[in-house]
Design a protein. Sequence first.
Length: 415
Amino acid sequence: MNFEQMLNAQDGVAVHREKMPFGLFYKRRIEKKYHNIVELRPELADSMMFCDALKNDHKWASQQPVPQQMHYELHEDSSGIFELELELGNFTTLAQLLDNNPAAVTGKDFIDNLVDSLTDFTKRLHDNGIYQICFAPQNIFIRKGDNAPLLLCHGSFYLSHCDTKQLYAGFEDYVAPEVLALNGKANERSDIYSLGKLIEYLYKQASMPYEYKTVVKKATDADPSKRYKNVADMKTALATKRVAKRTLFMLLGAVAVTALIVGLYIEMVPPTVDVEYIEPVPTANEVLDPYDYGFDPETDMPEATDSAFIEEDVKAYQQKAEAIFRKRFTAAANAALSKVYDDKRMSSSEKVFMAGSSALMEDLMNKQTEMGEAAGLTPEQSGRIAQEIISTISAQKQAQLTRKGYIKESESEDD
């Protein structure tokens, strides 16, 4: 054992060392306390240009009083900066957290809170003309206890001072292609790409929810012009889809309850008898409604001003857009609900019925969003029409069923 190894053993250097883009992260015991250390890669520590960029990065970071910024001190000797000592606290990297406890991502709102916090801080970076470049899980710290994310160094400080491919060697999957290109430049769309890749990593062992799928697909497009133009747009799109998902699942619950109520009502109410109604002949003194004989817009409509015509044009366009959406969504809803309200499916258990129905309704929700955007409708307009169509078709399908309502768990146990 050499002298350095003896010192390390005496100081209690942790065995585990986490590789990061700029070096190795580990905990060192100093005077009975553990300090968080990032030991710089030798080739970076030997570069004066890198060290100058690191000082500028450190100066900016030290002035940020936000919880997402990891604060640190620079340790240097006659040869230059060789390591960073992080602020006191119990930290780990996101990668290490998920390696030790993969189930952490299933915690209540873990991913939503992580993504929201990172997008908020990324917007702050962009407002200052700074870009993170790499959102690799090894490059994100997590504070134990509240699982809050923190960022250490910011990549745009080093772009003109280092070889990007060398700097992010081993982490290329989380860096936008245009940044890795020769003399690549970074912008807001570059960070959006990296954030999308981070979300993919979080769901690598689980099925990604629909609200993230479309956002990630657009965020990670190889063509920067097809990504979100800024992180605020990305966050808004994600929030909108979360609201749409909650609305549709509430609707799914309402449909299931309605199916049960309608089924019970049909079984309890006796069948009705059809009675033909013959309209009586009007008497001589009866005043007739002139619209019973038709309506001529050229003769019966009052004259309108130009503004009235413009308003009518807008109204007609809106009605046409709604009609297009209504026609397309009715066909999609009819196909989906035909599978939900099927005698064979209704004869299954409550759990099987709800699980299958949830998958079908989620697919229908995706179609609602796509068709609504294609028709130029707002999410509120398409949601209102979709709910009306689903309720109408559900009632029709329920009336055609032989079996009224799925088998509840209590029924299955009795059988």
